[in-house]
Design a protein around this ligand. Structure first.
Ligand code: HEM
Length: 279
């Protein structure tokens, strides 16, 4: 036990000045808040639904597309090069596979992207252009999260959704990483090798808190979108006819009020015409 502890300390050799330690410290509270979002609680309770997971995949697709494009474009930047591990970490292709599994070949036309996801992606593109040294904060938040709690969530998701194989769950699999723990150690040491001025370091730390905040907002937005759909379906079944909802990227349209307005106009016009005729 004692030897194990020593080996671990020697392998990591972390100090209070290390970016990996500072980033973990400043995002500790945000991590707790992220874990306690309704979506993450559904995962942890083994109650994640197919609807939740499908919607999450759509957002993850947009997020990783932005993140990985910006990492690729800045791969030679001194703040990015040490933590650039596309072969081990890139998620975009696995998410595409999962989307195709759940939505079919024309998944690109079907995906739904809530506003919070668009805001997150906008920020990723902005820092990719203006402050590439901040990308480490986002890469850390997503990839180390996927290699930590994400590994447990993948197994839970499979059971919750009753999936027989790993199909539809490629997102959680990292075939290029044989030991997530060892890889995380390597990643942390690479983070710590990035040379940053005091101002840049503070910027990265602030950006990491922001990255968690973006994720929390994405989860909350997804949940809201789902509860609107569920409420509409529920209310619809309580009345005579179910309410049809159209889902278009970033928003939802409820067709029944529109239909009611057109019908109302039609009735009003008919009444007026009948009045004129009678007169
Ligand atoms: C159900 C939700 C979650 C659970 C159960 C969970 C659990 C965990 C666990 C057990 C660790 C390992 C802690 C350690 O090694 O000291 C971890 C680390 C981490 N998690 Fe989560 N997590 C969840 C959600 C999230 C989310 C939503 C994010 C970000 C979007 C995230 C980002 C991270 C990061 C960046 C780390 C690495 C911390 C470090 O070693 O510096 N986690 N998580």
């Amino acid at each position: 036990m004692e030897t194990e502890k020593k080996t671990q300390t020697a392998a990591e050799q972390l100090t209070d000045r290390d970016l990996s330690e500072q980033i973990k410290k400043v995002t500790k509270d945000s991590h707790v808040r992220a874990e306690n979002t309704e979506l993450m609680l559904s995962f942890q309770r083994g109650q994640v639904t197919l609807a939740q997971y499908k919607l999450l995949l759509c957002s993850l697709y947009e997020i990783y597309q932005a993140l990985e494009e910006e990492l690729d474009r800045n791969s030679n930047h001194p703040g990015v090069a040490p933590i650039y591990f596309p072969a081990e970490l890139a998620r975009l292709e696995s998410i595409e596979k999962d989307l195709e599994y759940f939505y079919g070949q024309d998944w690109r036309e079907k995906i739904v992207v809530p506003t919070a996801t668009k805001r997150y992606c906008h920020r990723l593109r902005q820092i990719g252009k203006e402050n590439p040294e901040f990308l480490v904060a986002h890469a850390y938040t997503r990839y180390l999260g996927d290699l930590s709690g994400g590994q447990i969530l993948g197994r839970i998701a499979q059971k919750s959704m009753g999936l027989k194989s790993n199909e539809g769950l490629s997102f959680f699999a990292f075939p290029g990483v044989s030991s997530p723990n060892l890889f995380k150690q390597l990643y942390r040491s690479r983070m710590n090798s990035v040379e940053l001025t005091e101002e840049e370091r503070n910027g990265v730390l602030e950006e990491a808190v922001r990255a968690f905040e973006f994720n929390i907002q994405v989860f909350d937005d997804l949940q809201k979108l789902l509860s609107v759909t569920e409420n509409q379906l529920h209310n619809g079944s309580a009345h005579s006819k179910p309410v049809t909802t159209l889902q278009i990227p970033g928003t939802m349209i409820n067709t029944s009020p529109l239909l009611r307005m057109v019908l109302g106009l039609f009735v009003a016009l008919a009444t007026v015409s009948m009045g004129i005729y009678a007169f």
